[in-house]
Design a protein around this ligand. Structure first.
Ligand SMILES: *Cc1c(COP(=O)(O)O)cnc(C)c1O
Length: 429
């Protein structure tokens, strides 16, 4: 059954998985097997050489993992997807597939802390050079582009300040310079923003967050929009346009014109590098996605109420949540995320770092842990944990100075969340 014609919530429940043809099982079976028996030596050779599709070994492909890939690809409106072991390995795999040592990419410098750490190490050890922008404007991205630039990278909603990025404007810059636009869509999820509709070429997710939803399991996804004209770029993207000698000289952009980036991620990223996703984790994530549209509505409505409460509290210095009236970035949020810019944001205490730590330690219902996008509400002190590697001026720019607390607002009754915050804030008022 093709689900392409269906609306979003229907796709969240149905895309990519149908009743098991072997048994009629309605729920996607978990195929716990490493290998798949071949029908003949000829079929085995064909699958290895990419002459035909089929399952061979679960590092590279597995039916349960493939169902997850189809579902996320459907929700994002892409052409093909690659599931990987974590969001971190999704970012790594995209960079390694696009670039060789000496290449560069333009990126916002306000990003998830783990992505910034990875970028720093890839630069130091493999000479993949980040060209960081001054801010989120399309002009700032354009200003950094050089001959060496191979891609543009940004987050749709920025972790953790909740700023909403002008994807259409940045996609326009990417198109004019014939560069693929890579968007980490973790904080929005496809329920709030579908970056491909604004011109993104590659979408990345940490499925550990909103997609899985319950904080049960780590995973990542790469979605290929199938729109970028790789073939016109020749050896600038050599894995995609040059022959693979050990695959009888296949050229991915010729053999898979609409899915060649995803194919390169599978061949190089999964077969060679190896961070495949376990079928169990794929199953848990696939199940989580079924409630994504419902959850995102409640995440957003709770977050708006919590942010408004904090903004008016006398112990709070500022709240970074662009759905609040008068906030920087309000117009961008209204344009891209009318439902609200997700449920992850920062706020700062007038009492500085000591007050921020006291508030976090005093929370009872809201858990002090490092994850986001879970059903349960969470809090952390980013300056000493997730964003600790930033310099002080970078922390201030990213709204994660020592006085800041990051919240991930969950699905509890919002009155209970406010009561918890109120009692914690009373200790520093
Ligand atoms: C969490 C996160 C990642 C990394 O994902 P993991 O699944 O934790 O490896 C990447 N990007 C963003 C925006 C994230 O929030």
């Amino acid at each position: 059954m093709s689900t392409e014609k269906h609306r979003f919530a229907t796709q969240a429940v149905h895309a990519g998985a149908s009743p098991d043809p072997a048994t009629g099982a309605r729920v996607q079976p978990i195929y716990f097997t490493n290998g798949f028996v071949f029908e003949s030596t000829e079929q085995a050779a064909d699958i290895f050489a990419m002459r035909r599709t089929g399952f061979s070994y679960s590092r590279g492909s597995n039916p349960t993992v493939a169902a997850l890939e189809r579902r996320v690809t459907g929700l994002e409106g892409g052409k093909a997807g690659v599931a990987v072991a974590s969001g971190q390995s999704a970012v790594l795999m995209v960079m390694m597939t696009l670039m060789r040592s000496g290449d560069a990419y333009v990126s916002s410098k306000r990003l998830f802390g783990g992505s910034l750490g990875l970028m720093r190490r890839l630069e130091g050890r493999y000479d993949l050079k980040p060209q960081f922008t001054e801010d989120f404007t399309p002009e700032a991205f354009e200003a950094q582009i050089t001959q060496e630039t191979k891609a543009i990278f940004c987050e749709s909603i920025v972790n953790p300040c909740a700023s909403v990025v002008d994807l259409a404007g940045i996609a326009d810059v990417a198109r004019r310079h014939k560069l693929p636009l890579v968007v980490d869509n973790t904080l929005a999820s496809p329920a709030l923003i579908r970056p491909i509709e604004y011109g993104a070429d590659i979408v990345i997710h940490s499925t550990s967050k909103f997609l899985g939803g319950s904080g049960l399991t780590i995973g990542g996804m790469i979605v290929d929009a199938g729109k970028f004209d790789w073939a016109a770029q020749g050896s600038r993207y050599n894995l995609i346009n040059d022959p693979w000698p050990d695959y009888e000289g296949i050229v991915l952009s010729e053999k898979f014109p609409e899915t060649c980036f995803a194919s390169a991620c599978k061949l190089f990223g999964l077969r060679d590098l190896g961070p495949g996703l376990s079928p169990m984790n794929a199953f848990l994530t696939l199940t989580g996605i079924e409630t994504l549209p419902l959850r995102m509505e409640r995440h957003c409505s709770n977050a708006k109420i919590v942010a408004a409460f904090l903004k008016d509290h006398p112990a709070v210095a500022w709240v970074s949540y662009p759905a609040l009236p008068g906030q920087e970035g309000e117009a961008m949020a209204a344009r891209y995320v009318p439902q609200g810019p997700g449920s992850i944001f920062t706020f700062a205490l007038k009492g500085g770092e000591a007050a921020a730590r006291t508030v976090i330690e005093s929370l009872e219902l809201i858990s002090h842990l490092t994850n986001i996008g879970e059903i349960k509400s969470l809090a952390i002190h980013p300056s000493s944990t997730t964003h600790r590697q930033l310099q002080s001026h970078e922390k201030a720019a990213a709204m994660v100075g020592p006085e800041a607390v990051r919240l991930s607002v969950g699905l509890e009754n919002v009155e209970d969340l406010i009561a918890d915050l109120e009692q914690a804030l009373a200790r520093v008022s």
